[in-house]
Design a protein around this ligand. Structure first.
Ligand code: AMP
Length: 447
C-alpha cells in the first residue's frame, strides 16, 4: 500500500499530514500528488469527500516552499470554488497543512463586507481561495493582480458551470499568466467540462476516482426489507451469525449511533461510535480499538466515516439508508479494499424505500434482495414507479424529530463540504437537488 512518504512530500508536509491523523493517501491523493509535484497539470474526476483538497493543497504548498519570494507577497496560487462554504473549507485545509510554513492564505467570497478582504490583499498573500463573483469584483476595483499566479485550481467545475459561472471563469483565465500549472476537479465529466478542461489544461494527467468505480464486483451487496423496530435485532443476529470481526455500521444521526452502541453492548457486542460530536480523543481511541481488533464494530455517521481508512473491514451495514445516494457508494467502499472481498448489507424500512430507489438509480442496478430472515417485511419494498428520495411519512406517527435530525445532518454535511445539492448522476433526488442548487445559484449570483 502506498504511504505519504512515497508520494514525494517534504518532511514539513509529512508532519502536517500526520498531525491531521491521515495515515494512508486516498486514491485521488495517491494519483494526483506525484504528477503535480512534477509540474504536470491534472484533471481529476472526484467529488468532495475523496480527499481532493489535500490532493492539490499539499503539492501547491510544497512547490511554493521551493522558492520563497523576497519582499512583498503576491498571489502565487489561485483556487476557485463555486460556493462560500467550500471556499472557506479549502482555506481552512490550507491553514491546517501549512501550520509549520511561512505561507499567507486567505479566502474571499461575496455576501460579506469586502473591507477585511481588501486589507488582507493589500498586506500581500501567497494563496487566494475565492468564489468567482467576489474575485472579479475585487479585480475590477484594482485590489487583485493575478499576473504572477503559478498555480490555478478550478474546483467543482461541474457545479461552477451549473451555477452559471462559465463566463466568469473564462474572464479569470484570461488574466492569468500563460506559464502556470493547472488543476481541474469535477465530480462528473460531461462534454461541457471536457471542453473547458481542453481549453486551459496542458497535457493533463487524468485521475478518475468517480463513485461508479467504487462499486466493485468484489463487494457483495444485499438489501433486507424490514420494519424499523426490527433493525436492531437483525443487526445483532447478523453480527453473531457471521462472527463479524471488523464491521462498520452506518446510522443517519449521531444520536442514533450512540443509542445503537448502547443497544449492541446490551447484546454483548463490543462497539464504539464515531461521529462529529465525539472529541478527537474519543475518535482516536475508537479507531485504535477498531484497528487492533478489540472493538469489532464501529458505528459511524457519514461525515465521520470519511477519515476512516482501515483495511480488512469485512462487513458494512447500512443500518439506516443514506439520504444522499453517493453516501451509499462511499459507505460500501469501506469494505473490499486492497483486493479483498466484503459484504454490504442495507436495511430498508418502509420510510426509506425512496432512498433505495435513488441508490439503485445511481449505481445503475438493483441490489439483490435477501428475504430469508425472520423480519422480512414486504411493506418496505419500493412500489412500482416509486420516485427516488421521498420518505413515506405516516401522519400522526412520531417521525418528526427524526426528520429534524436528518435535516441537521445534511446541514452538517454541507458545512463540512459534502454536497447535498450536488448535481449528480442519480436520477434520485435530482429534483430536490437541482432545486436547492438553483437556490444556491441565485444566492451566489447575488454575491
Ligand atoms: P475533501 O474531499 O478534500 O473534502 O476531504 C474530505 C475529508 O477527508 C476531510 O475531512 C479531510 O480532512 C479528510 N482526509 C483527506 N485526506 C485524508 C486521508 N489521506 N486520510 C484520512 N482522511 C483524509
Amino acid at each position: 500500500m502506498t504511504d505519504f512518504q512515497s508520494l514525494g512530500l517534504s518532511e514539513t508536509l509529512l508532519r502536517a499530514v500526520k498531525s491531521e491523523g491521515y495515515t494512508t493517501p486516498t486514491p485521488v491523493q495517491e494519483q494526483s500528488i506525484p504528477p503535480l509535484l512534477e509540474g504536470r497539470d491534472v484533471l481529476g474526476v472526484a467529488q468532495t469527500g475523496t480527499g481532493k483538497t489535500a490532493a492539490f493543497a499539499l503539492p501547491v504548498l510544497q512547490i511554493m516552499s521551493r522558492k520563497q519570494p523576497q519582499g512583498k507577497r503576491f498571489i502565487r496560487a489561485l483556487i476557485l470554488s463555486p460556493t462560500r462554504e467550500l471556499a472557506a473549507q479549502i482555506d481552512e485545509r490550507f491553514a491546517a497543512y501549512s501550520d509549520h510554513m511561512d505561507v499567507r492564505h486567505r479566502v474571499i467570497f461575496g455576501g460579506v463586507n469586502q473591507n477585511p478582504q481588501v486589507r488582507a490583499l493589500q498586506k500581500g498573500l501567497d494563496i487566494l481561495v475565492a468564489t468567482p463573483g467576489r474575485l472579479l469584483d475585487l479585480i475590477g476595483q484594482g485590489h487583485i493582480d493575478l499576473g504572477r499566479v503559478e498555480f490555478f485550481v478550478l474546483d467543482e467545475a461541474d457545479r461552477m458551470l451549473d451555477m452559471g459561472f462559465i463566463r466568469d471563469i473564462e474572464k479569470v483565465i484570461k488574466l492569468l499568466p500563460k506559464k502556470r500549472q493547472n488543476l481541474l476537479f469535477s465530480a462528473t465529466m460531461p462534454k461541457s467540462i471536457a471542453k473547458l478542461a481542453g481549453s486551459f489544461l496542458n497535457n493533463a494527467v487524468m485521475v478518475d476516482v468517480s463513485p461508479k468505480e467504487l462499486t466493485v464486483d468484489r463487494i457483495q451487496q444485499k438489501i433486507m426489507f424490514l420494519r424499523k423496530a426490527d433493525k436492531r435485532r437483525l443487526l445483532v443476529q447478523l453480527i453473531k451469525d457471521e462472527r463479524v470481526q471488523r464491521g462498520i455500521v452506518f446510522t443517519r444521526t449521531k444520536h442514533g449511533a450512540n443509542r445503537l452502541v448502547k443497544q449492541l453492548d446490551q447484546s454483548n457486542i463490543s462497539a464504539a461510535a464515531i461521529h462529529g460530536n465525539k472529541s478527537q480523543g474519543a475518535r482516536t481511541k475508537a479507531l485504535a480499538g477498531f484497528k487492533d481488533g478489540t472493538i469489532p464494530i464501529l458505528v459511524a455517521t457519514d461525515i465521520a466515516s470519511r477519515g476512516i481508512d482501515v483495511d480488512g473491514i469485512t462487513h458494512v451495514f447500512n443500518y439506516d439508508l443514506p439520504n444522499e445516494p453517493e453516501s451509499y457508494v462511499h459507505r460500501i467502499g469501506r469494505t473490499a479494499r486492497a483486493g479483498r472481498s466484503g459484504i454490504a448489507y442495507a436495511f430498508c424500512d418502509d420510510s426509506e424505500s425512496g432512498y433505495l430507489v435513488g441508490i439503485q438509480q445511481l449505481i445503475g442496478k438493483e441490489i439483490p434482495v435477501e428475504s430469508s430472515h425472520p423480519f422480512h417485511f414486504i411493506g418496505a419494498i419500493p412500489k412500482p414507479g416509486q420516485k427516488a428520495g421521498k420518505i413515506k411519512e405516516k401522519s400522526g406517527t412520531k417521525k418528526r424529530p427524526r426528520d429534524n435530525n436528518r435535516n441537521q445532518q445534511s446541514r452538517g454535511n454541507s458545512q463540512s463540504g459534502s454536497r447535498p445539492q450536488q448535481n449528480n448522476r442519480s436520477g434520485g433526488g435530482r429534483n430536490n437537488n437541482s432545486r436547492s442548487q438553483r437556490q444556491g445559484d441565485s444566492r451566489q449570483r447575488r454575491d
